[in-house]
Design a protein around this ligand. Structure first.
Ligand code: EPU
Length: 338
């Protein structure tokens, strides 16, 4: 529970606040955090809104979006304007300002693919700072903001480069292709992709407004070839795809998104879907009082109403232990535990 709360609407307001109080608890959309205790710090809702077009040319538009904008509403607005690049990231809960922190990703696209820069307020100095795409040190569900910059900055806006024509259509990932086939669409527009992604997500993932959840609770683990081969002998049906450690793009894909296959010996790793492991361990659809494992996607832990954050965390720990004992895999939690 929050004891003190403030909502901040502008960069200037945030700057003023930081000058008087530095120990803030930042709240954006709140969609990727699990609260296990009360919060004593001043809970600060970042509600800075606004979208501006910085420049455009024949092919691309360059936009800056303030961090309090809702991510999915921004995606839908882009599709309306025929700006391409984030349609595969439709229906991801949360705000624009938190999208770079965990480098949100789905269906073959990560937000790092379209971010040009991130602007933030440095808490120690109350000064405006910028991070180029490279400086954000993006990785699979990861960035500098989860590592060495953690707790030091408040992201105030994110800038994107999106396409105005010749959009790059990512349609071979996950269930997109079969969804398009069902709809009789051969040459999809960005709107068709967005519609397909929305339908797939709705069919697999619970709506956080209806059932409490933070999307994928764990990251998909990446294991060495010998480890994978041992598992494949025991479970020939195990879904997987091969990744090269230095190929950051390929690690963004989900496990059924085969992607390029490399055969250089020694450097291949295997990503296996945590959802499959958790299902195999028998947790899928299990309910324990008011919390449990989602019945359609075992990677998602759900709160049916009155479960405490600690209950969910304890269930996550039980799952981690079981996955370790069955598959010798350490599942890493993706959600921020507070
Ligand atoms: N699978 C199961 N059982 C399950 C869930 C999945 O067997 O309960 C199998 C599926 O059959 C499929 C494979 O696992 O063969 C992959 O499943 P899915 O396509 O649902 O994707 P995922 O790897 O489980 C990742 C992201 C999602 C993202 C999808 C689509 C992570 C941790 N999760 O899930 O991201 O929407 O790919 O690209 O990488 C999120 O981060 O919150 C999130 C939802």
């Amino acid at each position: 529970m929050a004891k003190r709360f403030v909502s901040v609407d502008s960069f200037y307001e945030l700057q003023k606040l930081i000058e008087s109080e530095k120990d803030l608890f930042l709240l954006s959309g709140g969609s990727n955090m699990l609260l296990t205790s009360d919060i004593d710090k001043l809970v600060t809702h970042i509600n800075i809104k606004g979208v501006s077009i910085d420049k455009e040319d024949e092919n691309c538009v360059y936009l800056t979006v303030n961090s309090g904008e809702d991510w999915h509403e921004f995606v839908l607005w882009c599709i309306d304007q025929n700006y391409g690049g984030i349609e595969n990231l439709s229906l991801i809960p949360g705000n624009v300002g938190t999208s770079p922190i965990q480098n949100i990703g789905a269906y073959g696209v990560e937000v790092k693919d379209v971010i040009t820069k991130v602007e933030a307020l440095e808490i120690a100095t109350a000064k405006r700072v910028q991070f180029s795409n490279e400086e954000c040190e993006f990785g699979y569900r990861n960035s500098i903001f989860k590592n060495k910059a953690k707790g030091k900055y408040i992201i105030t806006s994110v800038s994107f480069r999106l396409t105005k024509k010749n959009h790059i259509i990512h349609k071979k990932y996950g269930a997109i292709e079969s969804e398009l086939q069902t709809r009789g669409i051969k040459n999809p527009t960005i709107k068709d992709i967005s519609d397909a992604v929305i339908a797939i997500r709705k069919s697999k993932l619970p709506d956080p407004k209806e059932i409490g959840n933070s999307g994928s609770f764990f990251k998909n683990p990446v294991i060495a070839v010998d480890h994978f081969q041992r598992l494949q002998k025991l479970y020939p049906e195990i879904p997987f795809y091969e990744v090269r450690p230095f190929d950051s793009n390929s690690t963004s894909l989900s496990a059924d998104e085969a992607g390029p296959v490399y055969h250089a010996q020694g450097d291949i790793l295997y990503k296996v879907p945590a959802g499959w492991l958790i299902e195999k361990a028998g947790f899928k659809g299990k309910r324990y009082g008011d919390h449990g494992v989602h019945g359609k996607q075992a990677l998602v832990l759900v709160n049916y109403g009155n479960a405490k954050g600690q209950d969910i965390f304890d269930l996550a720990t039980i799952i981690q232990k079981e996955i370790k004992s069955l598959f010798d895999i350490e599942l890493e939690i993706e959600v921020n535990i507070i």
